[in-house]
Design a protein around this ligand. Structure first.
Ligand code: SF4
Ligand code: SF4
Length: 355
């Protein structure tokens, strides 16, 4: 299937992922240092035990546009599948209510479908991922540098299927309101559905699947390896189709698959001059330096990769002020704007748009 957006942006397939590593500095990143974990254990910084949503009631009472009871109701509803459906992030066969007799006879997990052609199987996997809600899907060999330091995965899991789920463009266009937070939460809940269906698809072929959201490994380098996009100044994956307006998830599997090539479409050069995310970030968390570097901003950054490091501490503390999360560095990115109907939307217009 020819992809129009990719053609327009002059996407080139390349042999190696378009990032630069300093092997002497790169270590597997500890999950403990993800900013949300540090809120719980790291007493050395200002955000320790400061929950970012504590101000919700005050904001509702203030009556600010985009922070109403209805807006927060939407935001919290959006997470329900992600938070309540355990099957979304399963490493094993998901408990099903009914097992059809025919399925028992076939004994899915004990007999394997013979994969004669990994490329053909990759096409099946990609088609299935789209059917189950992925907006983009790519395949790479699993580079274990991207696994969190605490995670061990058996060697037989050689492949990663990386999927991107588009977030609602109108919702993101209201950032930093609670409506934009709903677009984020809905992205996470959709991921849980897509992952569960894909995991079971693979298990029904007799192979294993480890379904992952933000747990287990860093999604962005895996997505770059799998040819979904490049790294932007805002610390996010920039895709040709939606810019950074996606959520990422992945499945590690022993199913034989053909990896995709990484891609390049000039993001790093564009980011050097654009700087819109940095100029619009209320927290001042995104560097304005012309060139990327190996400097890190805080211990929630992974050292050893040439990039612009987003200061996750400043970002989190702004979320706390805001009473909900923020997607402004997604909203203003020209790669998002090119794919959205409107670059910016008021909460009032968002609610009208749905009619
Ligand atoms: S999410 Fe918001 S606060 Fe955080 S870096 Fe992006 S624009 Fe800045
Ligand atoms: S807003 Fe501009 S500088 Fe920031 S990630 Fe997007 S293209 Fe790069």
């Amino acid at each position: 299937m020819k992809n129009k957006a990719r053609t327009l942006k002059k996407v080139r397939k390349v042999e190696k992922p378009p990032y630069t590593i300093d092997k002497s500095k790169l270590k597997r990143f500890s999950r403990k240092n993800v900013i949300f974990s540090r809120v719980m254990w790291d007493s050395s910084w200002k955000g320790y035990h400061q929950m970012y949503n504590e101000k919700m009631i005050n904001l509702i009472n203030e009556g600010r546009s985009g922070y109403s009871r209805v807006d927060f109701a939407l935001a919290y509803a959006s997470w329900v599948v992600h938070d309540a459906f355990e099957g979304g992030f399963s490493w094993k066969r998901i408990k099903q209510y009914r097992t059809p007799a025919a399925m028992k006879e076939l004994n899915w997990m004990k007999t394997r479908f013979k994969v004669e052609d990994p490329l053909e199987m990759s096409i099946h996997v990609k088609r299935a991922a789209k059917l189950f809600g992925a907006s983009l899907v790519g395949i790479c060999h699993l580079n274990r540098n991207w696994l969190y330091a605490e995670i061990e995965i058996p060697k037989k899991f050689k492949n990663a299927i990386v999927m991107a789920v588009e977030m609602d463009a109108d919702g993101i266009a209201t950032s930093p309101t609670a409506i934009a937070a709903a677009a984020t939460g809905a992205g996470y809940s959709k991921m849980a559905f897509t992952l569960a269906c894909m995991g079971e698809f693979i298990r029904n072929l007799g192979y294993e699947a480890i379904q992952c959201g933000n747990d287990t490994a860093l999604s962005i380098p895996l997505a770059i390896d799998a040819g979904l996009g490049e790294l932007g100044r805002n610390g996010m994956l920039i895709t040709p189709e939606y810019g950074p307006r996606v959520r990422l998830c992945k499945i590690f599997t022993d199913l034989p698959l053909q990896p995709d090539n990484p891609i390049e479409f000039g993001v790093k050069e564009f980011c050097k001059k654009c700087k819109l995310c940095a100029k619009n970030c209320e927290a001042g968390a995104i560097p304005l330096d012309d060139e990327p570097s190996f400097k890190i901003a805080c211990k929630s950054n992974n050292p050893g990769v040439l990039k612009w490091c987003v200061d996750a501490e400043k970002c989190y503390l702004y979320w706390r002020e805001n009473g909900t999360d923020c997607s402004t560095c997604i909203k203003v990115c020209p790669y998002n704007v090119a794919s959205a109907k409107k670059a910016s939307l008021s909460p009032e217009d968002f609610w009208k748009e749905s009619l």
